[in-house]
Structure formats: structure tokens, C-alpha cells
Design a protein. Structure first.
Length: 195
């Protein structure tokens, strides 16, 4: 199966092993009594529209095996296309507050899941305010959640520079949905800070 896996609900321990053509998911289950069942939900993201063969093998502790096979029809393939932009106000000098705005946009196609905006702070700067859902360390992580196609979310972070010179920050993102084009997943910003 030509696809990428996205783990949706951890119902038992599953281990994913991608290969050049196939993806293998091995899931363990507790002992099941007669008539009991165990569901495993594994979402995959196909990379083309060719029919996809799926085989399921079940083995018990006695190494007895049961198998099932199906072919899935893929009617369309969508991929998320994300973009990150970074802008700032001019801080003027050391000790004056300024802000960074990190804007994450889902340009097209699929919903983007588990999106985080990331801002790597410039040397000598410390974050003094950040929205709810953000961690404030040398790298700021802000949870944006799910983003529909065509939507944007902006995170504003206030900083105080402690040293003069060029201050360079870098913004990026993290998500679990496949992205078709990575070069626009980060943005840098340089500003001059006076003593």
C-alpha cells in the first residue's frame, strides 16, 4: 500500500514499519474470550489513486493464523499544503518590548491535524507573553489544533531583547498530516536592536 499512516486512536499497542511499497502495522491485543472482539483504527493517507490491496493477518499465542483481504478504491488523493509567515515590530533598543507574529496557513486540500506553530527566539531575547496553549522557553511551541483548508491562525508573542545587534528568529510548524511542499514550512526574520 503506497501510503503514510496517521495513528488516530491508540486501541492497543501498534508499531508501524514503512517500506518502499508496503506499510506494515503490527498491533497487540490482550487475551480475548470467546465471542469478544478488539477493534484497531488505523488511518492511512494514500499517495496515488491506484487500487490498494490490504491484508490482515491475526495470530494467536499458539501461532494459529487467520487472514482477511480487501482492495480499497481510492477516488482522490489530497495532501495538506501549509505555509508559515513571520513578521515583527521594530524593538528600537535593548529593554523595549516588541512582538513576533507567526501566521500558519493551510493553503489547500485536506484538513491539517495536530498543528503546532514553532518560534525559535533570537539570542538574548525572552518571551514575556504568549497565547494560551503555548510553552515559553527558548523555543516557543503553540498548539493550533486542526486547521481546515483556506484557514490561517496567527500567534503573537511579546519579547524583550537583552543584547544589541542583529536578532534573528525562525518560525516553523509541526503537524501529523502529510505536507506536499516543505520549503514554505519555515520563515526567518532579522531585526536590528540598538543598545
Amino acid at each position: 500500500m503506497l501510503c503514510q499512516a496517521i495513528w488516530i486512536a491508540p486501541s492497543g499497542g501498534c508499531l508501524f514499519t514503512p517500506g518502499p511499497v508496503h506499510l506494515t502495522a503490527v498491533c497487540s491485543s490482550p487475551t480475548l474470550a470467546a465471542g469478544q472482539s478488539q477493534d484497531f483504527l488505523i488511518a492511512v493517507h494514500p499517495t496515488d489513486t491506484a487500487p490498494q490491496d490490504v491484508t490482515v493477518d491475526v495470530k494467536d499465542s499458539g501461532l494459529r493464523t487467520a487472514s482477511a483481504f480487501t482492495t480499497s478504491t481510492i477516488t482522490a488523493v489530497g495532501l495538506t499544503e501549509m505555509q508559515v509567515d513571520l513578521s515583527s515590530t521594530d524593538p528600537g533598543k535593548v529593554g523595549e518590548t516588541f512582538t513576533y507574529n507567526v501566521t500558519v496557513t493551510n493553503i489547500q486540500d485536506d484538513d491539517a491535524r495536530n498543528v503546532y506553530a514553532i518560534l525559535v527566539l533570537p539570542k538574548g531575547a525572552s518571551a514575556i507573553t504568549a497565547p494560551k496553549g503555548c510553552t515559553r522557553t527558548l523555543t516557543v511551541f503553540c498548539k493550533l489544533g486542526q486547521m481546515s483548508p483556506g484557514t490561517s491562525k496567527t500567534v503573537t508573542i511579546t519579547m524583550v531583547p537583552t543584547i544589541s545587534g542583529w536578532a534573528q528568529a525562525t518560525a516553523g510548524l509541526r503537524l501529523t498530516t502529510p505536507d506536499r511542499y516543505f520549503p514554505n514550512n519555515s520563515s526567518a526574520n532579522s531585526i536590528w536592536i540598538n543598545p
